[in-house]
Design a protein around this ligand. Structure first.
Ligand SMILES: Nc1ncnc2c1ncn2[C@@H]1O[C@H](COP(=O)(O)OP(=O)(O)OP(=O)(O)O)[C@@H](O)[C@H]1O
Ligand SMILES: [Mg+2]
Length: 300
């Protein structure tokens, strides 16, 4: 389990991570999402004690990670796949990590085969492609057979077979009862893997929600009504979320069209449109993070 409480990191006058509080539970894959620069990597570095928070605290399995006697047995992490001594072979890179954490050498060969690098164990890692480096980083994360795993953008550079493989790997790790936190800036990637979503923007928590719940909220109903104010009140009382849509329409989430129709009839509000709409998860995510985008291309 990973527990963050008011975690904050400032770089000069910029707050990269701003009062983050959430818990990453074991037995499920938690997707950590946010646009570029949202603070995902900084948060992960603080979980691992590589960056010191200015405020707040993070505990891994109930204590500070830096206090773990054999850290790689506690948390397996892939942060930066290129952070490897390029002149070392894949096997030697993992061997020194294993030795430093009292992990038997045979585990190195096991994980190298597991990630599909069995045929290049004696190749220098500096000659690896991005996807191969990523696989080596995943091998390092798996080395300690730890109960907590962090992956920062693990699918970067992987081919479709590799992407499918890592999805299944993360699922298997969670099914084993491990705590799995995986970051991404792509919703589509998470939709297939994560059971739970933590979304951040500009360092702040935007959502901490079950994937199932997120999917439910990503489908809305477009409603046009004569007395919008009255209908909005009735729908809100019934637990729906009502937002203004295009051309004076309402977009209602959290209630089915049939239920909206019934409430409108009960309130004697005349409807001129009642259209179920299915947002893609990508659209739902974009709606959620629109106000937190920092780096946005200008379309000429
Ligand atoms: N060492 C550092 N010094 C100064 N600023 C930093 C440092 N590390 C991160 N930042 C700033 O903190 C903010 C968050 O960066 P971070 O790398 O955590 O974002 P991210 O969510 O991982 O983004 P991406 O999706 O691009 O990987 C950014 O504005 C970044 O410029
Ligand atoms: Mg990052």
């Amino acid at each position: 389990m990973i527990q963050l409480e008011g975690l904050t990191k400032r770089y000069g006058d910029r707050t990269a991570v701003d009062g983050l509080t959430f818990t990453v539970e074991p037995g499920r894959v938690t997707g950590f999402l946010g646009p570029n620069g949202a603070g995902k990597s900084t948060t992960m570095r603080m979980i691992l004690g590589l960056d010191r928070p200015d405020e707040g605290r993070v505990r891994v399995n109930g204590r500070d990670y830096v206090d773990a006697p054999l850290p790689m047995r506690e948390v397996g992490a892939l942060l930066d796949a290129r952070a490897v001594h390029g002149r070392r072979t894949a096997r030697n890179h993992l061997l020194w990590l294993a030795h430093s954490n009292a992990i038997p050498g045979k585990r190195v060969d096991e994980v190298l085969h597991l990630v599909g690098l069995g045929s290049v164990t004696r190749k220098r890692s500096g000659t690896f492609s991005l996807g191969m480096s990523q696989r080596l980083g995943i091998a390092a994360a798996l080395l300690g057979d730890s109960k907590v795993l962090l992956f920062d953008e693990p699918v970067n550079g992987l081919d479709p077979e590799g992407i499918k493989w890592i999805r299944e790997l993360m699922r298997g790790l969670a099914d084993d009862g491990r705590t799995v936190l995986v970051s991404s800036h792509l919703m589509s990637e998470m939709a297939l893997t994560a059971d739970h979503l933590v979304v951040i923007g500009k360092g702040k928590l935007i959502a901490d929600v079950e994937m199932r719940e997120f999917v439910r909220h990503s489908s809305g109903v477009l409603v046009r009504a004569e007395d919008q104010g009255l209908l909005t009140r009735r729908l809100t009382e019934a637990g729906a979320c009502v937002e203004p849509g295009a051309e004076g329409a309402l977009v209602v989430t959290g209630l089915e069209a049939k239920e909206i129709g019934r409430l409108a009839t009960e309130a004697r509000v005349v409807l001129s449109e009642l259209t179920p709409q299915r947002l893609s998860l990508e659209e739902a995510y974009m709606n959620l993070t629109r106000d937190s985008l920092e780096f946005q291309a200008v379309v000429a």
